[in-house]
Design a protein around this ligand. Structure first.
Ligand code: AGP
Length: 600
């Protein structure tokens, strides 16, 4: 959802900006650009398309600048084009701005500035920021930025440089993420941590309503009133290797294979975290989970566990639907806000609106220091490491792990299980790590299967109970990276409509572990078979009933009924991955998508 970077130091800025942008490319890849101060001049270079296009355009230009800002764009206002690409400048080319987010009142501001004689070149909301700063500039960039931010409505993060003050970059955060990286004689600015990992692990996360002034040897943070704010330095636990492909063809494949570690690390992190909740757990009589996309699917599975082990009713609602609906929420409601990035606008704003109504909010996030992490009353962390592939994989199974652990914690705190019961549950989850490892051995089989099925234009995924959300997740993975239409459905619902779609051109992936709904799903398989459907079943290894039904049987390691989602999602992730790869598509950066969606 746009990535911004900034560098000030003693090294050449251009290669640092480009490499930082490449690490943020998952946030958007419609166009890219940089602005640097070369001598006394502001130089702006931008290109439509991926960062490699920008790199090509810069090839051979030997810029010596030590200060610059950069941007990779996911278009919101204005089509992907060179004129709409960032950085944007005022018309005299003195102030360059890169921006992530939306300035909601930009039309009003643009009109006001045009009346004052400003001429705009692009269709973007960002350009008003550069013009406003120019309008307010009176020999002090910080003052001009301060006046500007107080005119802007919406959620945004931006960075600005000017050759009139060559010793600083100013970064602003309100609603969109921005982190400062602290180096020796150099400092960095970025939308997300992976951008700066090769240079430093010492960071400052800006809060909403803060402005950072970065110089070579100092970083100062102020609020929007211009009052200095003292900030803590956070040492990022991730190393640079975790943000590299490590010999895999794509980040997505690497991340699929990292799942056993992600689950194990999440269990370890949970057990070593101080789990003192800042609210009375016994007064909670209702849980509402809010999330988007894959995180929403994890929430659906968490609901089954929570209701099974604690009896507390748990609704799971798309965050984008929650905020504007009249859903009753009070101080006895617990909100579980699940977000890998912790920056998804829909999820954050839904959580904040519930908080205003008195609910307690537990965030489940992967990125420590992210906005949701700071806005929630309490945070549970998935320890999956950075996830770069746009399609979420390892963070999904890590979310399942933390949800399962949270449910056991709730059951323990409410006296429904004893200490031994709690640790037995943790141990069972721990064993699942090995089963997931085993399920990954199916990779070759799924690669072959992909070559057989990649030609189909529609897929149906069916599952019941805990595996209904896995059907949704399997369909989402296929859609987002292979652009093949896929639907996930509760298998029992099929006869109420979707069965009409079944014919020999529609592969049907059916999740059928031997659990409490096994007999029912076998009946659903028969229904598909009698309509000449092409069935791929996923069930426990050695299941001879399934082996004799359908075209293909994928055997996953047997696990207890609570844990079937962990092993069943693996072949679905691999199938989606190999189909997209064999179709020659950009697996890690699928079209139209961005890893983190910071607009509503
Ligand atoms: C998953 O593969 C998607 N790319 C997307 O649905 C994602 O899960 C969703 O945007 C939510 O992101 P979050 O977990 O960072 O909030």
């Amino acid at each position: 959802m746009c990535g911004i970077v900034g560098y000030i130091g003693n090294d050449y800025a251009v290669p640092i900006l480009l490499s930082a942008l490449e690490r943020l490319e998952y946030r958007g890849y419609d166009s890219a650009g940089i602005a640097i101060i070369e001598g006394d001049k502001l130089v702006v270079e931008k290109k439509v398309g991926k960062i490699r296009e920008l790199i090509r355009a810069l090839w051979g230009k030997q810029y010596k600048s030590n200060i610059g800002i950069g941007h990779t764009r996911w278009a919101t206002h204005g089509a992907p084009s060179e004129v709409n690409a960032h950085p944007h400048t005022d018309e005299r080319g003195l102030f360059a701005v890169v921006h992530n987010g939306i300035v909601e009142n930009y039309l009003e501001l643009r009109k006001e500035l045009e009346e004052k004689g400003h001429h705009f070149r692009s269709e973007t909301d960002t350009e008003v920021i550069a013009h406003l700063i120019a309008e307010y500039y009176n020999g002090n960039l910080f003052d001009a930025v301060l006046k500007t931010v107080n005119r802007l409505k919406g959620a945004f993060a931006f960075a600005v440089i000017t050759p009139l003050e060559k010793d600083k970059i100013i970064g602003v955060k309100k609603g969109s993420p921005l982190v400062v990286g602290l180096g020796k004689g150099e400092n960095f600015l970025a939308s997300d941590i992976p951008a700066i990992l090769p240079y430093t692990r010492n960071t400052i996360s800006l809060d909403d309503g803060e402005i950072a002034v970065l110089k070579r040897d100092s970083v100062e943070v102020y609020n929007f009133e211009g009052v200095p704010v003292s900030k803590e330095v956070f040492v990022v636990p991730w190393d640079i290797l975790s943000a590299e492909k490590g010999g895999f063809k794509h980040f997505m494949l690497k991340e699929i294979f990292e799942q056993p570690k992600a689950i194990a690390d999440t269990i370890g992190g949970f057990l070593s975290q101080d789990l003192t909740l800042p609210f009375e757990i016994n007064r909670i009589n209702r849980v509402i989970t809010i999330a988007c996309g894959t995180s929403y699917h994890a929430g659906l599975i968490g609901k089954y566990w929570l209701e099974k082990y604690t009896g507390i009713p748990n609704e799971v609602i798309y965050a984008s639907e929650f905020r504007y609906a009249d859903i009753p929420v009070d101080e006895n409601t617990l909100i579980l806000a699940i977000s890998q990035s912790g920056e998804t606008a829909d999820t954050r704003f839904a959580a904040l609106s519930a908080k205003e109504k008195g609910a307690s909010v537990i965030g489940i996030v992967n990125v420590v220091g992210s906005s949701l992490d700071r806005e929630a009353d309490f945070t549970l962390y998935t320890h999956a490491g950075p996830e770069i592939g746009v399609a979420a994989t390892k963070t999904f199974t890590a979310q399942l792990a933390i949800l399962y652990l949270f449910v056991q914690l709730m059951a323990r705190r409410r006296g429904l299980i004893d200490r031994d019961g709690f640790y037995r549950a943790v141990e069972k989850l721990n064993e699942v790590t090995r089963k997931v490892e085993k399920a990954l051995e199916l990779n070759g089989e799924l690669e072959n299967l992909a070559s057989r099925y990649k030609k189909f234009k529609n897929f149906l995924y069916l599952g019941r109970w805990l595996n209904y959300p896995i059907a949704l997740e399997g369909a989402l993975k296929l859609k987002e990276i292979s652009y093949i239409h896929a639907e996930g459905y509760p298998a029992g619902e099929m006869k109420h409509g979707p069965i009409a779609l079944i014919d020999e051109n529609m592969p049907v992936v059916i999740l059928a572990p031997r659990d409490r709904v096994y007999e029912k799903i076998i009946a659903n398989i028969e229904e598909v078979l009698s309509r000449k459907g092409r069935i791929i079943t996923v069930g426990f290894e050695g299941d001879t009933v399934l082996k004799n039904k359908g075209e293909v049987f994928i055997g996953v390691p047997e696990v207890g009924e609570d844990f079937t989602p962990f092993v069943n999602v693996i072949p679905l992730q691999l199938l989606a991955y190999h189909i997209a790869d064999q179709l020659g598509l950009d697996v890690d950066q699928p079209r139209n998508l961005a890893k983190t969606v910071t607009v509503e």
